[in-house]
Design a binder for this molecule. Sequence first.
Ligand code: HEM
Ligand SMILES: *[C@@H]1O[C@H](CO)[C@@H](O)[C@H](O)[C@H]1NC(C)=O
Ligand SMILES: *[C@@H]1O[C@H](CO)[C@@H](O)[C@H](O)[C@H]1NC(C)=O
Ligand SMILES: *[C@@H]1O[C@H](CO)[C@@H](O)[C@H](O)[C@H]1NC(C)=O
Ligand SMILES: *[C@@H]1O[C@H](CO)[C@@H](O)[C@H](O)[C@H]1NC(C)=O
Ligand SMILES: *[C@@H]1O[C@H](CO)[C@@H](O)[C@H](O)[C@H]1NC(C)=O
Ligand SMILES: *[C@@H]1O[C@H](CO)[C@@H](O)[C@H](O)[C@H]1NC(C)=O
Length: 451
Amino acid sequence: MFLIYFWALLLIFLIILLIIKNIYRKFTIREIIGPIPKFPFGNTRKSALGEQNLIYDVDDIYCQFKEKSLVCGFFVFLRPYLLATNSEVIKEIIVKEFKKFRNNDFAVNLNKDPLIGRSPFRLKNETWKLKRSEIIPTMTQIKLKSIYPLIRNGTKNLVDYINREIINDECKVFDARNVSTRYTCDTITSSIFGIDAQSFEADDPFYFKMGEGLVNGVVNSVKSWLPFKRLPHDVESFFYDITMTAIKFRQENQIEREDFLSHLISLKNKINMSDVDIVGHCVTLFLDGFETTSLVIHHALYELGRHKEAQQKLREEIYSNDKELSYEKLLELPYLDQVFNETLRLHPPIPFTTRVYYYTSAESFIPERFNLENGGVKLFKERCVLIPFGDGPRQCLGMKFAYIQVKAAIAEIVRNFEVTVDKSTPANPKIGPKEYLNVTDHKLMLNFKRI
Ligand code: HEM
Ligand SMILES: *[C@@H]1O[C@H](CO)[C@@H](O)[C@H](O)[C@H]1NC(C)=O
Ligand SMILES: *[C@@H]1O[C@H](CO)[C@@H](O)[C@H](O)[C@H]1NC(C)=O
Ligand SMILES: *[C@@H]1O[C@H](CO)[C@@H](O)[C@H](O)[C@H]1NC(C)=O
Ligand SMILES: *[C@@H]1O[C@H](CO)[C@@H](O)[C@H](O)[C@H]1NC(C)=O
Ligand SMILES: *[C@@H]1O[C@H](CO)[C@@H](O)[C@H](O)[C@H]1NC(C)=O
Ligand SMILES: *[C@@H]1O[C@H](CO)[C@@H](O)[C@H](O)[C@H]1NC(C)=O
């Protein structure tokens, strides 16, 4: 009896071993090179054990194979991934052969997570196309120009807040991400719903907490493919309630506002869209509109704090223009634009689509590399080595909104304060092992001094 059990167990064990071996042969039988995977972690043992961020595991593989092949194959546990190490191949995948590669690798259960499940990021095939086309019209120049006053109000509150905190003209140290998130949380809430989130007033801002709830829900769904519900009920009902209340309030009081919600309301009057569809769109804009841009702002300030000449050059450009920066002017300022692009190159908030080194002094912050005499970013974009917003038909659709939200904040801070990096900030911060976005393991602490 015992022997039968023994043989049965051994047989099962051997079958499992064969299956795993077969999975791990996926690339070798296709003659694609790559690091040798080891059960159970595949090639990402360090990140699986929390020793470093997944991006560094991938970067190690990239460095090992970039000279040897245009693509290489690796495994995260038992899941195979193809890593494109060549910019021509990247362009082929995300632009030219888009039709073959059009879906992202995110699983979410639309029935369990109706709100984050409706984001174009996750949707596939025709539903992706439809949902994307519904938000695209919110991002026209005319719409963004009418939202611009809300952004300006946000920068004013930002500057007022820093001024309030600086006592007796002393230098004051701030957690850069905390300050920039308060700002983006306010501006995105006001641009979508026309509501004042009061992130600079409250010590524990409520909208921010709900925003973090969204981010955590989404990050959990990216990190694991198990079909659990990801968004907590209180976060879900919070966004459902504020959206519905705002719609009802506007309809009852016949209020016409220029913001994202007004577009969605008029869209609903034209096509068949459910309430959940509208809330889903609002959640997409909220989620994508506050975390990414906050990271860019805080990294830009950090780099400007480290590079006094660049900060001074930017300040002079801003001083040479009207104090009331118009929408057009904000987008035109060339050095501000270069600082913005250089920050995105060095610190893409979404590190996964972009990890390409083809630059001279690639690790240094040099906005001058994008001088217009040298053709700006055009050459780099054509070669597909600068894609912080992705590229092709699936490119980030909030890019233009991100421009004004980020640039307006940097301009007003540099106009009003001298920024330096506090000595408590380590010289080369790394991405924390558990982070999904490029969030450093140490806080970036900056000193602000009134000018
Ligand atoms: C500097 C800030 C931002 C960066 C660096 C960024 C970057 C990205 C990237 C890399 C993608 C994926 C593109 C691809 O798959 O090729 C993406 C997609 C997307 N972004 Fe952004 N983003 C930013 C801000 C925003 C903002 C402010 C919004 C909206 C308010 C937004 C909305 C979206 C949406 C909806 C998608 C999904 C598009 C699709 O799959 O069709 N993003 N973004
Ligand atoms: C998307 O389309 C592809 C090919 O047309 C199909 O194989 C796949 O099952 C579709 N995915 C979903 C989620 O509909
Ligand atoms: C501007 O910000 C202040 C302070 O948060 C707020 O009370 C006011 O309603 C905002 N104005 C607009 C037009 O949003
Ligand atoms: C900023 O820091 C305060 C105090 O530590 C905290 O209560 C608040 O939630 C933080 N806000 C953001 C947006 O990080
Ligand atoms: C609107 O869509 C819902 C489901 O999404 C469907 O049940 C309903 O029949 C549609 N109505 C019209 C007029 O198309
Ligand atoms: C993330 O940010 C750090 C410092 O803030 C930077 O040095 C690093 O290059 C960035 N990494 C990626 C993959 O974006
Ligand atoms: C910065 O990037 C944007 C988008 O890629 C581009 O339109 C702009 O011209 C760039 N700026 C410079 C100075 O090249």
